[in-house]
Every structure is written in C-alpha cells, then in structure tokens.
Design a protein. Structure first.
Length: 429
C-alpha cells in the first residue's frame, strides 16, 4: 500500500490559557490518536498525553499480531485487532488512574481517546468520550463515533428527545461526559471496523473543533489537496467561531492507487449497500456506525435470472435484502408477486426454524445482501444497544403485519357475511 498521508495541528483556542489536548501517530503502523484531557492543575494535559503514549506503546508491542493479520495469517482475526485497541485504552485508563492516586491535585483527571488503525483495506477504531472521528467519502460526510455525553445517553435511553433535553434544566450539562479514560480503573470503550477505500479522508478531532463543524464545512475543507492547509483551516474555523476550548485536528488521507474505476465501483457498491440497509424497516433506527457494523456481517451474493434463491419447504436461516434486481415469489408453483430493489424477504428465518413459506426466484440479474441467523445473534449478543434497536424494529414490523392480517381477515369475514345475506335474500325470493 502506498503511504497514507496525515497531518496534525493543535491550538490552545481563544479562551483557554493552556492546552489539554494531545495527539500522536505512527506512520509505520498507520495508527492515529487524539485525546482531550480534563482535570484541574494541568492534570488534563497529563492525562491526555499519558493516553496517547500508552495506546501507541501497547499497539507497538503487538506489531507481530498486526503484521501477521495484514499478511493473512489465519491465526489472527479482526477481533484480535479490535481487542488489541480495547486493551490499549484499558491499559491507558489504569495507568492514568494510578498516576492520579499519587497526587491529590490530579485525582479525578481523565481524557477522551480516539484511535484509528488502518490495516490493508480496513479501518479499526476505538472510542471513548466526545472527541470524534469523521469520514469524508466521495462528497459525503459520516460521523463514525457517537459522543459519550449526558445528552446522548439520556436521549438513547428514551428519557428525553433532543429537543426536550435542550429545554430541560439539564441542558447546561449536555456535554458532560458519561465515559472518560482514567477517572476510574477501567472503562468501557466502543470498537468497530469498516472498509477503507482509496481517497477516503478522516478527521480525528477534539470537541473544541467539532462544536463548530457541519458536513458542508468538512467537505469544503477536505477539497484542498494539501493536508497541512486542511488542518490549518480546521483550526481557523474553530477560532473564528469563538475558540471556546482547545482545538486539535488530525487529518488522514488514503492514497489513490490501483485501478481507480475499480475503487469507484467498490465505493459505490458499499454506499449503495448501506443506503439499502437504512431503507429496511429492521435497520431504520440505526446510525451510520451501527449500519456499518451490520454490513460487516452480511455477504453480497449475485444471482442469474432463473436461479432459485430460497425454496418453499426448506428450513432457512438467512435474511435476504435486494440491492439490485427483481425476484419472483411463488407458492405451490403459483405466481404471487414480484419484489424489487430495497425490499427484503426471509426475516422470520432469523428467529424461528419453520420451513420457507414460498419459493423465491431471480427474475433479473440480482445482487442480494445476505445476513445469516448465527451472525444476527452474534450482533445481538455482542452489541447490546444495537440489539435493543433491532428487536424493537422487529416488534414494530411484526405488529404491523399482524394488524394487516387482522384487517384482511375482517374484510374476508365481512365479505362472507354479505354473501350469506345475499344468499338468504335469493332463497326467500
């Protein structure tokens, strides 16, 4: 792989007298880190610096794992990489906590931490706090991390809508962190992986920058080919907006290499697949990061016209989501209907072991995302917050279908009652 470009800048901002942000990177490992410290008596800058150095140290100590995985050694999996990043942050957390116990002035110090590790054509992220990682891909901006803030947590739990929270007495504490590295001996971190494409741009930043950003500004800024100018522009945006906090911008650009048309096609395929997933009722409540996680478990299959996708009577364990093409549905050889792009079938196979109720045949060339039952249950088992959203959507969908079935039965019964009345009238006549 060609060299990944990167550039980082940090600034004290317009209203602070010292900088508690830290950042670091290792271009040999393609590792990039941003941390935003907190705590009085300069403890915040100590915490953030310790976090950056410890994460780098732990990852570097496991270079053999990364190298082996990059070369395709079956002994290592992506879960080992994600676990490594989680362990690196955990080690930093314990180190910061112990350091704080040595000095009363530093007790309670902590930091956010975001790290991006790129291996071959995939990215791996670990996230704690409210610093952010953005992806800018083909003119679209995606926030890859979710802030661990009081407002987000209460909204997620259904206690408030965002609008209700901002109008509540808690609004002043909306940015209070619900997770930070080093405040306690251990910390729960978010980790996930995703496909990386040629030309992808990443921004790792502290909240002193993200507070002044929107998708348009990020897109416009990344259009500059010089990453140093990109980083400087991000700092300028924050300071011109008021610079209420320290500002750090670490920008990363994936090289444009290989067959560009192939890269464009691959990007279009991934973007389309994610868009289609978002349109499916089961996944409608998921954010971009969660959609990517589900997408990681799917397999894209191609079917030629006439190919049988599922057969009536077979036991199935897969959900099918049509990305492109049309499929024909038959019961006992009788045509029932046609399904097209952005529709799905087979969802009940994810929760039961009943025979397929129909045969589905490709009517045109079709590309279909397939999610297996075992992978669906792994998502539910490992991702509790995501599981809640999926199960809620499942209940909503089943409720809708039950109501529709009830309505259809009522219509049939009413029609039968009318027929009986007509028959009685004819008999009486």
């Amino acid at each position: 792989m060609a060299l990944i470009e990167s550039f980082a800048l940090t600034d004290v901002g317009m209203q602070r007298d010292h900088n508690e942000d830290s950042h670091g990177y290792d271009t040999d490992l393609n590792l990039f880190i941003v941390a935003d410290g907190m705590g009085g008596h300069a403890a915040g800058e100590v915490a953030s610096a310790l976090a950056v150095e410890e994460v780098k140290k732990v990852v570097l100590e496991n270079r053999d794992l990364i190298t082996g995985f990059a070369k395709g050694n079956p002994e290592y999996t992506k879960y080992d990489i994600l676990m490594l990043l989680e362990q690196a942050v955990q080690s930093a957390c314990l180190g910061i906590f112990r350091e704080a116990q040595k000095d009363p002035d530093k007790r309670g110090m902590g930091t956010t931490c975001d790290a991006l590790l790129v291996i071959n054509d995939r990215g791996y992220i670990v996230h704690v706090g409210d610093s952010r990682v953005y992806l800018m891909r083909q003119g679209k901006v995606h926030q890859l991390t979710v802030d661990h803030s009081l407002m987000n947590e209460l909204v997620r739990r259904g206690k408030f809508t965002k609008e209700e929270f901002l109008a509540s007495p808690y609004a002043e504490q909306k940015n209070a962190l619900t997770r930070a590295v080093g405040v306690y001996e251990s910390i729960e971190s978010d980790t996930f992986d995703f496909p990386v494409l040629p030309g992808d741009n990443f921004l790792l930043c502290s909240d002193g920058l993200s507070a002044y950003l929107d998708d348009i500004l990020i897109d416009e800024t990344f259009r500059d080919e010089d990453l140093e100018r990109v980083a400087k522009r991000f700092i300028q945006i924050a300071n011109e907006g008021g610079g209420h906090d320290n500002i750090t911008a670490l920008v990363v650009r994936m090289p444009m290499e290989g067959d560009m048309q192939d890269a464009i096609n691959r990007a279009a395929e991934i973007n389309l697949s994610l868009d289609v997933l978002k349109d499916i009722k089961l996944f409608k409540h998921l954010n971009y990061q969660e959609l990517v996680l589900v997408h990681n478990f799917t397999e894209l299959r191609s079917f030629s016209p006439g190919a049988i996708i599922v057969r009536e009577g077979d036991i199935g364990e897969e959900l099918f989501i049509i990305v492109r093409g049309k499929v024909r549905v038959e019961i006992n050889g009788r045509y029932i209907g046609m399904l097209a792009d952005r529709t799905h079938f087979g969802e009940m196979a994810l929760v039961d072991k009943q025979p397929r109720s129909a045969t589905v045949i490709a009517d045109t060339p079709a590309k279909i995302l397939v999610l297996k039952k075992k992978d669906f249950f792994q998502i539910i088992r490992d991702e509790h917050r995501l599981a809640t959203k999926l199960l809620w959507s499942f209940i909503e969908d089943l409720t809708t279908k039950l109501r529709n079935t009830t309505t259809q039965l009522r219509d049939v019964m009413e029609a039968e009652d009318i027929n009986e009345d007509l028959t009685d009238d004819l008999v009486e006549d």
